[in-house]
Design a protein around this ligand. Sequence first.
Ligand code: CA
Length: 232
Amino acid sequence: MEPKASILVVEDEENIRTALTDFLEFHDFKVTEAVDGLEAERIVAKKDFDLILLDLMLPKISGEQLCTKWRRDGLQTPVIMLTAKGQEKEKVTGLNLGADDYITKPFSLEELLARINAVLRRTDPARAVGQNFKFGDLDVDIAALKIKRKGKEVEITRREAQIIRYFAANPNRVISREELYKEVWNDTMTDLGTRTTDMHIAKLRSKIEKNSADPQIIKTVRGAGYKYENDL
Ligand code: CA
């Protein structure tokens, strides 16, 4: 299952906030609301989101101040700024402060949805890969945890699915074991991590490669890591 993207909606105007939440929940996002800048700051300190919709004009702490502070603190969550008409100058500043996009009120919800999806695709390549895709000469079905080659089906584990998805989302690029471990196991590399990664790649190759002694889908780049070339 595709995990639902989580969105924090920071908007002090209740009718707009409610409309945004209803609309986003209807489109299967997981929504958290903040009514002002202080509350948003408190929520973001405790919880990770896939995206933040941030109103520019907020009581207590403005969207502008918040975004600056988050970026200074190293927060990488994508931010879409909601600005009112006539805040042209702020719009530009909004992007300079590290917002990923902005949308001017009044906006259509469909336009907002398109912007949200575009930002999510840009910031999380795995979302762009989707649930069903080609991986080498295999057909992958992430939701069913199955791979297929010429009608022959093989089951994969959830972890293997994550590994495949990460390679598929990052083709033609050397991926170090450190990077893979960080992305798939969500941890920093240790000796145990190195062994874990190697074991999983070996096991996965025995399932996906025609000859795992001569891997063609996930190749080894000596001394650097692995590479998936999607020009097969
Ligand atoms: Ca406002």
